[in-house]
Each structure stands twice: as structure tokens, then as C-alpha cells.
Design a protein around this ligand. Structure first.
Ligand SMILES: Nc1ncnc2c1ncn2[C@@H]1O[C@H](COP(=O)(O)OP(=O)(O)OP(=O)(O)O)[C@@H](O)[C@H]1O
Length: 284
């Protein structure tokens, strides 16, 4: 069963267009949602949850149309967006007491477990939490109402490396039983290398690829060679950089042929993002 299906989603702002966004997330998997600053990640995630008005498209969550079943489906979704800037003067425990009333499946034991695991003090005021603690608090809430789908906008960005590693462990534990799924946006490619099963890559409002992480990486190659060789291969490269040895560039695997005589290796996720960003800059 699909946890999430996004079909032909369109959203126009004055200077930005999310264009025909389509992708699927199978139940029981973790999908990393990547793209450079301003590529449209937050807008896509908010559109999925009807937090911004979309121009067209259809969203299904756990097999049901989201708009038609929003109230029921919201119970099954754990989501976080940005920092928690609400109720700054209230204590954590008081904020939780307000939020938990919205969830029919709130589980106090699980909530207490995550508070302890994330080392959060329920007697602290929200204003006394560090940015990383606020993210952890949002996560603790999202994890405590028996959600089946987690939609998380940069959940690891404010966290130190140890905290990030802990959160990624939590993600992997969550999907272990095959019932829960996670879609999370991030700029930290090592997070994806550690725990993403699928990658959806958005660039300038359009989906470049949505596939398993291994297939995604395998569909590109890093090539390097001399400036003479560059002339032969240039038109097939997504983008390239000139260096003292010649050039290094990114190419789609199906455009690469061994006869080009250049050196070739597998890219990292970061390489793919960097060369697509370079293409954007070159096109401007
Ligand atoms: N309310 C709005 N009105 C007009 N334009 C908007 C609005 N919200 C976002 N945008 C524009 O939409 C584009 C995509 O923004 P979005 O926040 O979705 O990108 P992102 O991929 O999440 O970026 P980042 O990685 O920096 O968080 C940007 O050009 C942004 O300026």
C-alpha cells in the first residue's frame, strides 16, 4: 500500500512555480526530499498537508484522498515545520497538554519515553529550549500519537552530529515494522546516506528524479578528463567545472559511453546536488 501519492501538483507564487510534482512513497520506507535553497521543498510539503492552497493536483495519504478526509487523516500524520515558536512563555508540559487533546490516539507512555530519550525537561519553558531542543520537542510530539506517515521539514538541521545520529536511529526504528513511513527534507546528504531508502530530488520547482537511493546514485556518473576531451562530451554533461587538470563534470549514466575515453566514477549525493546547482547558475 502507498503511504503517500502526489499527482501533478501545481502551485504558483508570483515568482515561483511548483510544476506537475508527482511521486509516491511506499509504506514502510524512508524518503529523503532534497533540493537546493528555494527549490520548493517546504512548499511541496505544505501543499501535501493543505497548509497552502494548491492550484491543481491530487494528494492521497494511506490510500485516501487527503482533502476529502483531512480531519481523519491528520490523526495519522506526524509533521514538523521549522522551529517551534508557539507559546514561548509556557512550559513544555503545558504546551503538550494543549496539543495532545487534538489527538485521539495520544500515547502518554510513548511521549514520556521520547522526552527522556531526547533529554527534554517538561518543566522548561519553550523559550528556554535551544533550537535543537525545539526540534526534538516537535519530534517527540509527532511521534506520540501513533502516526503512520511522518512529514518532516528539515528535522535534523538544528541538531549537533550526535543528536542527528540519534534522530536517524529513531527514524530507522520507526519504519522497522513496515507500517510507518517518513518523508523528510534535508540539506545534509550524510543523513540520507545513513537512512534514506528513496530519494526525491526537486530542482527549481520540478522533480528531477524520485527513485531508490541506489538507483538514483547509479543513474549519474562523475567524469573527468582533459580540456580536449571536454569538447567531445560537453553537450552531454549536466554541468562541469574546469580545474588545473582539465575538467570534472556530472553526466547521466545513459548518456555516458566508455568510448569517450574519460575517467569515470560513481558520484556522491552531494556531487549530484552540486552539479545540478551549477547548471542552474550556468543557465541564468
Ligand atoms: N508565501 C509565499 N509567497 C511567495 N513566494 C513564496 C512563498 N513561500 C515560498 N515562496 C517562494 O517559493 C520558492 C520555494 O520556496 P520553499 O520554501 O518551498 O523552498 P525550499 O526548497 O524549502 O528552500 P529551503 O531549502 O531554503 O528551505 C522560493 O522562491 C520562495 O521565495
Amino acid at each position: 500500500m502507498l503511504a503517500l501519492k502526489v499527482e501533478k501538483l501545481n502551485k504558483k507564487y508570483e515568482k515561483f512555480h511548483l510544476e506537475d510534482i508527482s511521486f509516491k512513497l511506499e509504506k514502510g520506507y524512508i524518503m529523503g526530499f532534497i533540493g537546493s535553497n528555494g527549490a520548493g521543498k517546504t512548499t511541496t510539503l505544505k501543499s501535501i498537508l493543505n497548509m497552502v492552497h494548491i492550484d491543481s493536483g491530487e494528494i492521497s495519504i494511506l490510500g485516501k484522498n487527503f482533502i476529502e478526509n483531512e480531519i481523519i487523516l491528520k490523526q495519522d500524520i506526524g509533521y514538523i515545520f521549522g522551529g517551534v515558536d508557539f507559546y514561548m512563555k509556557s512550559k513544555v508540559k503545558n504546551v503538550t497538554n494543549v496539543i495532545k487533546r487534538f489527538y485521539t490516539n495520544w500515547n502518554e507512555d510513548i511521549y514520556t519515553y521520547y522526552l527522556k530519550r531526547f533529554k527534554l525537561d517538561p518543566d522548561k519553558k519553550i523559550s528556554e529550549l535551544s533550537e535543537g531542543m525545539k526540534v526534538k520537542y516537535s519530534l517527540a510530539i509527532a511521534l506520540s500519537h501513533n502516526a503512520k506517515l511522518f512529514i518532516l521539514d528539515e528535522p535534523t538541521s538544528g541538531l549537533d552530529p550526535v543528536a542527528r545520529d540519534n534522530i536517524l536511529d529513531v527514524f530507522q526504528e520507526l519504519v522497522e515494522d513496515g507500517e510507518r513511513s517518513i518523508l523528510f527534507s534535508t540539506h545534509i546528504t550524510s543523513d540520507l546516506e545513513k537512512c534514506a531508502d528513496y530519494i526525491t530530488y526537486i530542482n527549481n520547482g520540478k522533480i528531477v528524479a524520485s527513485k531508490t537511493k541506489d538507483d538514483f546514485i547509479d543513474s549519474y556518473r562523475i567524469v573527468n578528463g582533459s580540456l580536449d576531451q571536454l569538447d567531445n562530451i560537453k553537450r552531454d554533461l549536466i554541468s562541469y567545472k574546469i580545474n588545473s587538470f582539465g575538467f570534472t563534470g556530472l553526466i547521466k549514466t545513459d548518456r555516458f559511453s566508455e568510448t569517450d575515453g574519460v575517467r569515470v566514477k560513481a558520484p556522491s549525493l552531494e556531487d549530484i546536488m552540486i552539479y545540478y546547482a551549477k547548471k542552474e547558475d550556468d543557465d541564468e
